[in-house]
Structure formats: C-alpha cells, structure tokens
Design a protein around this ligand. Structure first.
Ligand code: KG4
Ligand code: ZN
Length: 334
C-alpha cells in the first residue's frame, strides 16, 4: 500500500512551521522559523509583528519542509493546517497558504485544532493507548484532555484565568528575565530552594486550574519585600513559584488518571519542556506500572508543524475534509 504523506502547517502564534509526516507517525521533515528574537524587546508576542513574520517566512519554510523530505506538492495526500485557536492574523497566514496550495494542486485540506496537534505530538513518539489523558500546558492553554479513541477529545479541566506558561512569562517579567520567561524560571528554580510559601489554587471537586492568584502572590511578595528594604533571592522565588505550579499540575493529573482509569498519560505544550515538571510527573507515575507516561522530546513540545501533520493524518484517516471556505478561528473549540 502507498505511504500516506501529510503536509502540516502551523502559524497560530510566533512560530512559522511546516512539516511532512509519513503514515501519521514518521517525521520526514520539520521546519520551524521562530520569531522569538523579534518579540523579545516587547516582552511578549506582538500580534501584528507575528503576522508580518509569518507572511515573510511561510513560503521559505514550506520550501524547506518539501526539500528536506525530498518530495513535491504532487506527492502529498492532504494538507493539515492549524485553524485555531490562536492569534487571528497569524492563523490566517497559514490557513490561506494551505488553501492556496490545496486549490492550486488539487489536494484535500484538513483543518486541525492546535491542541489536538500538541496532543498528537505524542504519536510521533509512541502509539496512543485509550483511555488516554493529556496534560496540555502552553503559553495559551492549561487543559486536561481525556481521549477514549482517536480524535475524540473531552476537556475535563482547564484554567479559569492564566495559562501555566502565561504565569511563567509574567513572573519572569517581574524578575526582569527575558521573554519567553519559562526556561529562565526553570533554570533559576534549580539554583534555589523553595523557601516561600506561595498559594495553590486547588479548586476542589474540579480538574480546573487557576494561576492568576499565584502570579499576584509572587508580585506582592516581591513588592512587600522591596518596601521593607529586604531582598528576596530570585532563585528562591523562582523555585517557590515553580513548586506551587508543579504541585497542582501533577496532583490533578494524577487524580484524573486514577478517576478515569487511563492507560496512558501524555504531556504536551511548551511548558512540557520544564525540567521540574518532567521530573515530578515521572516520579508521581513511577508506581503506576499499568499507566504509560509519555513525555515527548523538547522540539515536539513547543509549537511545530510535525504535530499538526500527525493530528491531521489521523483526522484525514477518519474522513475529515475542510472546504476552501476554511477560516482561521481564534476561539475554536476542540
Ligand atoms: O506551546 P508553546 O510553544 O506556545 C503556545 O502554544 O503557547 O508554549 C510556549 C510557552 C511559553 O509560555 C514559555 O514560557 C513556556 O511555554 N515554556 C516553559 C519552558 N519552556 C517553554 N515554561 C516553563 N518551563 C520551561 N522550561
Ligand atoms: Zn502551542
């Protein structure tokens, strides 16, 4: 039987990415143009700048993905593109590029939810086993997603305010660390011990999260110390903040895994790069020998198009086709 080749495209935030995926599981190419340098001096992603960069980079990245994979558009079975959620102007660049290629070469088009992509990054590492639970933690999302079968996503818990990555970035900003702050806090946290008692929002009886109270507590702690003329070690603050975030993420993931009798727990999204989170999850699931914990390599955790290709492959297999009326949808539900 002929191999299935999917071209994945991702432009929902500040990464312009294209990738070619074979049979839903094998990466033939994975091109990513990051814009981090352009947004750094603003301390966060500037939507208008993101859109402009996507316009400039899209064709270059597409060319790179095809060349690396050694194929042309004629070899492709379907184009998978992130249709949402994300920045609307950014999404539109990828969606329009995908539609143009689909129309010009008469290739089927499949719209993909960005979070489905993050979850399916795991399929590039292992086979999915159902029921499967994903902890999706990124700059825009903090969700626990249950799957009973391929393509069937149920959000059982989500953040009520800030996303985990957002909290990391905001705390980093108050410590004058560069954007994105997550990796810097992560590094600092390992240089200090968590001496400050920061709050944890348990929201008992739910699998929901809340990080805005923690973020405010960090800012207040710094501010109060400053007013007293005291100095708080950034490493101690980072370690305390990280401990609080990880404690809630891991505890709720563990509870949900038990309650839903899942066979697999997968970590997804940019915050999955966090060393402390990886270690804590591994520790928590060590004794659950019948639950497989999957933690993808870093390059598959941050935004990329390989994950969109992987999710698109599954959706295409299930019969999903998007029309040329496909539009970017910043508030798309999974
Ligand atoms: O998935 P992603 O690349 O983009 C979104 O879809 O949001 O995630 C980016 C987020 C940023 O908030 C960044 O600070 C965070 O992931 N991040 C980390 C780490 N590496 C990236 N957060 C904590 N620890 C890290 N090591
Ligand atoms: Zn993402």
């Amino acid at each position: 039987e002929k191999d299935q080749l999917i071209l994945g495209i991702e432009t929902s935030c500040d990464e312009t990415a294209a990738a070619v995926i074979k049979n839903g599981t094998e990466i033939l190419s994975n091109a990513v143009a990051s814009q981090i340098e352009s947004h750094k001096r603003f301390g966060g992603v500037v939507p208008e700048i993101a859109s402009r960069h996507h316009v400039e980079q899209m064709t270059i990245v597409l060319e790179e993905a095809l060349t690396q994979a050694g194929i042309t558009y004629e070899d492709i079975d379907a184009i998978a593109v992130t249709e949402g959620p994300g920045l609307v102007g950014a999404l539109l660049i990828g969606v329009n590029a995908a539609k143009a290629i689909a129309f010009a070469h008469n290739i089927p088009l499949v719209g993909v939810h960005h979070i489905a992509g993050h979850i399916y990054a795991n399929r590039l590492v292992t086979e999915l086993k159902f029921p499967s639970l994903s902890l999706v933690v990124s700059g825009g999302h903090t969700e626990l997603v249950l799957m009973e079968a391929h393509g069937e996503f149920t959000v059982i818990g989500e953040t009520r305010d800030d996303a985990a990555g957002e909290a990391y970035d905001k705390v980093a900003r108050t410590l004058n660390l560069p954007y994105p702050g997550g990796p810097h806090i992560d590094r600092l946290a390992h240089e200090g011990t968590p001496g400050l008692n920061l709050p944890r929002a348990w929201l008992e009886g739910t699998y929901d999260f809340s990080f805005s109270g923690l973020k405010s507590a960090v800012i207040n702690t710094l501010h109060n110390a400053e007013q007293r003329g005291e100095k708080i070690e950034p490493a101690v603050l980072a370690a305390s903040f990280q401990e609080s975030v990880i404690d809630v993420l891991v505890t709720k993931t563990l509870r949900a895994a038990k309650a839903y009798h899942v066979r697999q727990v997968m970590l997804a999204g940019g915050v999955a790069a966090n060393k402390g989170l990886r270690a804590a999850l591994s520790g928590a699931f060590e004794e659950f020998t019948d639950v497989e914990l999957v933690i993808p390599p870093l390059y598959l955790c941050t935004d990329n198009a390989a994950m969109i290709g992987a999710a698109g492959s599954m959706l295409f297999q299930k019969g999903k086709r998007s029309s040329l009326a496909l539009n970017g949808n910043p508030g798309l539900d999974i």
